[in-house]
Design a protein around this ligand. Structure first.
Ligand SMILES: [Zn+2]
Length: 137
């Protein structure tokens, strides 16, 4: 059960554990299919393009661009109240994967689609699990 005093953090399972462990080491890890060569995110047990199960973990360089975003003014949980307004974004990493995250360390009014960003890692209260986020590049 979610403890609403804290922001949510991912709970590693057998499939996502390498991703979560990588985040704690300051690495954004994603899967690349050994059969068709395509990259995918989020972690899955099979390739979303060809269904092969031979997936290899790779480390993203950390660069990307904002694909879309929304400025959040109403906190979804009490633990986010101190952050509003903040940015929730879809980010396209240079490796060809898209992920959802917050844009940290900037004024939300300055965020634009296409803006270059780089991956950074947030540590949230109540957990040792680091979370990949982005900040302006
Ligand atoms: Zn594949």
């Amino acid at each position: 059960m979610t403890d609403v005093r804290f922001k949510p953090v991912p709970v590693p399972d057998a499939i996502s554990r390498p991703y979560c462990e990588g985040a704690n080491l300051g690495e954004f890890r994603y899967q690349r299919c050994a059969a068709c060569g395509k990259a995918q995110f989020q972690p899955r047990s099979a390739c979303v393009y060809c269904h092969a199960t031979d997936l290899r973990w790779q480390k993203a360089a950390g660069g990307g661009r904002i694909a879309s975003f929304s400025v959040i003014h109403r906190a979804p949980l009490p633990s986010f109240k101190g952050d509003t307004p903040y940015v929730l974004a879809l980010v396209d990493l240079d490796e060809g994967i898209r992920f959802m995250c917050n844009v940290l360390n900037c004024d939300p009014a300055t965020v634009r689609i296409g803006m270059p960003v780089r991956v950074c890692f947030e540590t949230r209260s109540g957990s040792d699990q680091k979370i990949p986020q982005v900040e302006p590049a």
